[in-house]
Design a protein around this ligand. Sequence first.
Ligand code: URA
Length: 256
Amino acid sequence: MMRAPGQDRKGNGKNMERLDKILALHSVGSRREVGALVRRGSVTVNGLPVKKPDVKIDPERDAVCVNGTMLSLHSRVVLMMNKPAGVLSASRDTRAETVVDLLPAQWQRRGLFPAGRLDKDTEGLLILTDDGGLAHRMLAPKSHVSKLYEAELDKPATAQDAAAFAAGLQAGELTCLPAELLLPEAGGATVRVRVCEGKFHQVKRMFHAVGKEVLRLRRLSVGGLWLDPALAPGEARLLTPEEIALIFDSAFRLQI
Ligand code: URA
């Protein structure tokens, strides 16, 4: 027998949320739009058509389909953003615009925060989540999640710089773990660098230590997860469970 929405095997409702709220949180549409969808009969819960937008469901247990497509109703939200330059990697700031300010309204209410920081002038892949455990796992040194950056420098980097990065630089007071500096075959001052730590101004300080200044910095990937090229600066989208797993793909651990 099909379970009624929000009932566990003992028939008790737990972790209950309104269906229209859950649908809106998962970007199916605005609260008004999802209400209309439900009343039209486009939504089923555990295989049964539901006509009331305010019916309570358990997002951890109930199977919700919209027009026949199953939604992934994890209680956590994990987003990738193409961070533009000029915006703070923070949840809220009284004076400056933050990455959370750029999110659509339904995600602003989720208490999302950036998992790791990019400098205000750094662009590219930023993960935002409300899952503290995931953020911790991403950032913990023992996870060895590497990050790949593209850096425009004031002058071309050299093979000597690459060797210094690979050996583990001393950048002022900062002792860096080995990093991979990828020089462009065609020459030029735009390079890629893969690091597995995220200290304050890490990449800029590493280049400064070898006599180069970073003019522009963009993060391309975190672990095996690449920035979606379809995301314009400032745009964000949900990650699929497969994409979240890519962050921890051991093939992208730095092994030098
Ligand atoms: N390294 C930097 O110097 N800045 C960033 O934003 C990220 C890594």
